[in-house]
Design a protein. Structure first.
Length: 426
């Protein structure tokens, strides 16, 4: 899969199992799982992929050891809030010991420690025999959101910003990668693994109504042509199945030099294929993730046309507030940045009236179900991204038998009602 100018050919999953005990002696076990996504979380030409992967694994393992020894008692929000404070120093020690050419980015730290966060939340719910999303009110959490965010949230709790039951069904966003064949003419040699290989085949097999299109961000003509071609191919495929309405999201993976590129793209797409533009629901992170280093990349003009969301830039409340100042109108949540962080940023985005979506990190198996549970429990999320079934389907084996409603797609939607069990829901 190609994104951000890089091609990824493998995935490493970090799984964490946590045993917890309440003051009253009740015990439970939780699971957290996440694709490390080092190429996305730590894009660099100065450190090899093998080195970034090894450093992130080491940080994840160290975080688990520190959690086991910390002795903190409290709600998972409180425990993970305290544990998160140790990650920067630990990451610095790891990169120094390995003599790496640059420090581990904060985003990579969040990804490496996210399975631990998920496992703690999962274990808490399973210990109490309740869904973790229903354990976020004042009867369970010892302090309000003002302690985790700022004074604007004093007196509020996450139960205000989450649903008590998952949405019963949600559309699936299918990825159209920059290297993916659109038609038979684009296929030089078929893989032959039994899965669809062209866009019309995927649309027919899964009944797709939501397509996420990866773009280059540094080749305007190619980007416009790509979306126009996807539209042409999709129109034919959808007509064959009698579908008249579908949507796109556009992902430039930070590659646009400035907002003018986005504006030029939108103008040319409207001229070339106005119907394609009308189907676009939102645009994801068009320019560099470091907002402070690129203060000129303001999105006000583009956000007047379509919602523009931050993804890689979103690390904490400060980054969310900064993105609002710079004209971004939406936020992309990711389970890989930590379950607590995703819940908190989801609450902040809702309070500020921002567009919300949940993004994928090629999450297979348990990590996909975790990401889907977030989507199903945050009120304003409209769809679920899930591309592991395309790029690493082996990671879904076993899980697809236990939760066929979430992995066997025929009508373009996922049966998220099933994510109502104890813990994170699965």
């Amino acid at each position: 899969m190609k994104f951000g100018g890089r091609v990824v050919t493998d995935a490493v999953l970090l799984d964490v199992v946590v045993d917890v005990e309440t003051r009253s002696g009740r015990r439970g076990r939780g699971l957290g799982s996440m694709s490390l996504g080092n190429v996305w979380a730590w894009p660099t030409d100065r450190v090899s992929g093998e080195q970034t992967t090894a450093a992130m694994i080491e940080l994840g393992e160290r975080a688990v050891r520190e959690a086991a020894a910390c002795g903190i008692v409290g709600h998972p929000l409180e425990i993970t809030h305290e544990l998160a404070k140790t990650a920067p120093a630990a990451a610095e020690e790891i990169t120094r010991a390995a003599a790496l050419a640059e420090p581990m980015p904060r985003l990579a730290q969040l990804v490496a420690t996210s399975p631990l966060e998920a496992a703690i939340h999962d274990a808490y719910g399973k210990t109490l025999g309740a869904n973790s999303y229903n354990l976020l009110g004042p009867e369970f959490v010892n302090c309000d959101l003002g302690e985790f965010l700022n004074a604007d949230f004093a007196g509020e709790y996450l139960d205000r910003y989450t649903l008590r039951q998952p949405k019963p069904r949600m559309p699936l966003y299918h990825l159209v990668g920059a290297l993916d064949p659109l038609t038979d003419a684009d296929v030089s040699q078929r893989i032959g693994d039994g899965l669809p290989e062209t866009l019309p085949e995927w649309i027919a097999a899964n009944g797709l109504t939501h397509l996420k299109i990866k773009l280059n961000g540094d080749n305007l003509a190619w980007d416009v042509e790509r979306v126009a071609t996807v539209e042409r191919v999709a129109v034919e495929a959808q007509r064959a199945r009698g579908c008249t309405s579908w949507n796109y999201s556009l992902d430039f993976n930070e590659r646009c030099a400035d907002v003018q590129y986005v504006l030029d793209f939108l103008a040319q797409l409207e001229e070339r294929s106005p119907q394609a533009l009308s189907r676009v629901q939102y645009i994801e992170q068009p320019t560099h993730r470091d907002l402070r280093a690129h203060p000129h990349n303001r999105m006000h003009a583009a956000a007047k046309i379509k919602p523009v969301v931050i993804d890689e830039s979103l690390l904490d409340l400060d980054s969310l507030l900064l993105c609002r100042e710079m004209g971004y109108s939406g936020v992309a949540l990711k389970a890989c940045k930590g379950h607590s962080e995703a819940l908190l940023m989801g609450a902040a985005a809702q309070k500020f009236g921002m567009f919300l979506c949940v993004q994928d990190l090629t999450c297979p198996g348990a990590s996909f179900l975790h990401s889907a549970s977030l989507s199903a429990r945050i009120p304003t999320i409209a769809a679920i991204e899930g591309n592991a079934r395309q790029y690493c389907p082996a990671g879904n084996r076993g899980w697809d038998e236990r939760f066929p409603q979430m992995f066997r797609v025929t009508d373009g939607t996922l049966g998220t009602a099933v994510l109502d069990g104890p813990g994170l829901g699965f």
